[in-house]
Ligand binder design. Structure first.
Ligand SMILES: *[C@@H]1O[C@H](CO)[C@@H](O)[C@H](O)[C@H]1NC(C)=O
Ligand SMILES: *[C@@H]1O[C@H](CO)[C@@H](O)[C@H](O)[C@H]1NC(C)=O
Length: 317
């Protein structure tokens, strides 16, 4: 009796807690350009699951590429790391470097399927074709010298190529989508991309929305305005929050002040409300200060040993 009631209580907690995917974004290399190795990815994935105040719920990893950094088409070592640590994966295929480079992404994806089989494919919750490619061909992206990106027609072609590549494999049936800034989705010139997707991944950072009143006090409203506009543009397709966050340090952007206290407010307001609503969330980010000194810095964990240093702010909801 005691055992079964405990079990029931646990099941109830687990099912509310797991309503949406929760995780972080994981780049392929450190700030000094050194590639992350399998041990580095495992260390980061394990550290995310051990974050105090989160009940081990941050067990999902969004990747930007299938290719190990500085190789042509070798499988990114995040894949065996995810298999070893049972970390969920939102895969990413880099789509801003042309067809030859995209062929290498597809090739690494296929190699991962044949090399790791079900232990890999069962972990995959979705596949994103591209990341902010449409932002990079927009006037703001060009002004910020973020070129090259990819045109909508190019992305539609890559999405179809990805669909063809996973046909009849362990990844068949997994949702395929695209990740971009909310401004890309509200631009109707990009509608063909939205139509080609199973899900829409949205990146939104009130901190960078410098043409608006973007103080921390307005951040929740600014974020949700961007999110709701994306939901409307998505015409019924699921919208996943693939990047959002508030910096713990860095320059003031219009009214936005980077600080751990403000990151805590943003976490409480935006991250906690998304999780409560069951919206999939990949926060930016766990730690961004390895082998470098980013400004702004969005890392929950300051520089140092991920397993040892305390989060810069309280993560409880
Ligand atoms: C709208 O999207 C098109 C195609 O991606 C792009 O060329 C154009 O610059 C975008 N406009 C704005 C205002 O972002
Ligand atoms: C943030 O906005 C969302 C959507 O309007 C709302 O559900 C949530 O309660 C807001 N949070 C705060 C702290 O205002």
């Amino acid at each position: 009796m005691h055992f079964s009631s405990t079990l029931l209580a646990c099941t109830a907690i687990v099912s509310t807690a797991s309503a949406g995917f929760k995780g972080f974004n994981y780049g392929a290399f450190f700030l000094n350009q050194a590639p992350k190795k399998q041990a580095d990815f495992e260390y980061e994935f394990n550290a995310a699951k051990q974050l105090p105040g989160t009940n081990g719920q941050f067990n999902s990893a969004r990747l930007y590429s299938m290719i190990q950094w500085q190789t042509t088409n070798t499988i990114i070592e995040a894949i065996p790391a995810a298999v070893n640590t049972k970390t969920q994966l939102l895969l990413g295929l880099w789509a801003s470097s042309g067809q030859t480079s995209f062929n290498n992404e597809i090739s690494a994806l296929k190699s991962a399927i044949s090399k790791y089989g079900k232990s890999f494919t069962d972990l995959v919750v979705g596949i994103s074709v591209g990341s902010e490619d449409l932002y990079r061909v927009s006037p703001t992206g060009i002004q910020n010298k973020e070129n090259p990106g990819a045109q909508p027609s190019e992305l539609v072609k890559y999405i179809q190529q990805t669909r063809d590549a996973i046909k009849g494999t362990g990844l068949a049936g997994k949702p395929i989508g695209h990740v971009d800034t909310w401004t890309a989705y509200v631009n109707s010139s990009n509608n063909a991309v939205t139509s080609a997707c199973d899900f829409i991944g949205v990146d939104a950072y009130p901190y960078y929305q410098t043409t608006m009143a973007n103080s921390i006090g307005n951040a929740n409203a600014t974020f949700y305005d961007a999110y709701q506009q994306t939901v409307k543009a998505a015409k019924g397709k699921p919208v996943w929050v693939t990047e959002t966050g508030w910096p713990v340090s860095g320059p003031k952007q219009n009214q936005a002040v980077a600080s751990a206290d403000n990151a805590r407010i943003y976490w409480q307001d935006v991250s906690c409300s998304l999780m409560k609503k069951g919206v999939n969330l990949w926060y930016y980010t766990l730690q961004d200060a390895q082998w470098g000194n980013p400004s702004p810095s969005f890392g929950i964990k300051p520089a140092g040993d991920l397993m040892q240093v305390k989060p810069a702010f309280n993560l409880q909801c």
